[in-house]
Design a protein around this ligand. Sequence first.
Ligand SMILES: NC(=O)c1ccc[n+]([C@@H]2O[C@H](COP(=O)([O-])OP(=O)(O)OC[C@H]3O[C@@H](n4cnc5c(N)ncnc54)[C@H](O)[C@@H]3O)[C@@H](O)[C@H]2O)c1
Ligand SMILES: O=c1ccn([C@@H]2O[C@H](COP(=O)(O)OP(=O)(O)O[C@H]3O[C@H](CO)[C@@H](O)[C@H](O)[C@H]3O)[C@@H](O)[C@H]2O)c(=O)[nH]1
Length: 340
Amino acid sequence: MKVLVTGGMGYIGSHSCIALYEAGITPVIFDNLVNSSVKVLEQLKKITGTSIEFIEGDVSDAVALEQALRQTNASAVLHFAALKAVGESTEQPLRYYQNNVAATLTLLEAMQKVGVNKIIFSSSATVYGDPQYLPFDEQHPLRATSPYGWSKIMAEQVVNDLCCAASDFLAVSLRYFNPVGAHPSGLLGESPQGTPNNLLPFIAQTAVGRRPFVKVYGSDYPTPDGSGVRDYLHVMDLAKGHVAALLHHQADKGFHTYNLGTGQGHSVLEVIRAFSVSAGKEIPFTLAPRRAGDVACYYADATKANQLLGWTAEHSLQQMTDDTWRWQSNYPQGLEYSDE
Ligand SMILES: NC(=O)c1ccc[n+]([C@@H]2O[C@H](COP(=O)([O-])OP(=O)(O)OC[C@H]3O[C@@H](n4cnc5c(N)ncnc54)[C@H](O)[C@@H]3O)[C@@H](O)[C@H]2O)c1
Ligand SMILES: O=c1ccn([C@@H]2O[C@H](COP(=O)(O)OP(=O)(O)O[C@H]3O[C@H](CO)[C@@H](O)[C@H](O)[C@H]3O)[C@@H](O)[C@H]2O)c(=O)[nH]1
């Protein structure tokens, strides 16, 4: 089986290419490199021992997409390509709707034209907004708190509507909780450009000496230690969730949603402690005011994915921080600026 992986040079897409390859599925990457480096291909080759095919292109480009789908004879698309910075989305909403919603329409049209009728879509726990109850299950009402979040809700709606209209179309929307960690080889991980927005890359860059300290956003939340709680899951577990979704949904049609998370919440302070153990040093941090738009706590009910896909997140928080540290200490500047 061959699949087209949009955004396959990015953090989650590249790790998913490894899981696909290991499952005997051939990934072909389609990416415009807006938030990734071509150096990822060398790392994928070192890990898998094979050259993964790469097509440089933009998901907004219908002609390039149709050509890629025809040329590769893909039987499904894994659609990771998107812009993902929540804060930036509030400043540039049109860019986010264009790239995450309009480009998804272009992709779906190209798929229909070429006769590819299966998509695995990268969604997010952010679609649930402020928790009305916890853990979040897939029935929790959807309400985003940023243009980025709305772009995921809108794209899910578009895909859902297409599944209602086209009886031969299959779509699986995977709602990721907080993906962290790196490939255990230490050869591939997250290389954010500029100052990281997310907690793990910030801690990792602090541990490696690129930043003086971590700011803990909020110490007065109604959580056990006052800092924010999230459901962190290892990126390789997440990657395997895509393989599970692809293999489970073969002959059926329609729109399916799954939460992918561990079901367990960890606080910012717990994550910093686990990272200190991995790095064998104290991570300097300071308590700071809450970050605008953050919620105190959320975590997944992943029972549906456990039962229907046979998928369970297997890595502990300590393994997540161990793997992140291995990657960050091998490549302190990430891939883009590395001498390797
Ligand atoms: N990382 C997270 O915390 C998280 C959480 C929930 C959901 N997601 C979703 O998962 C997906 C992958 O996220 P990631 O963390 O790997 O992000 P990433 O930025 O590392 O990867 C996205 C990739 O898509 C590419 N891309 C973006 N727009 C494109 C376009 N128009 N055409 C072609 N390529 C394009 C980028 O160059 C990049 O390689 C995204 O859809 C994101 O919204 C991520
Ligand atoms: O420097 C930092 C960065 C983050 N945090 C806290 O760490 C937790 C996690 O924050 P972050 O890593 O930024 O993740 P989220 O804000 O939970 O959002 C992520 O996870 C969502 C899915 O759950 C995705 O949709 C988003 O794109 C992705 O950024 C929160 O309590 C933050 O307040 C800090 O204390 N200091």
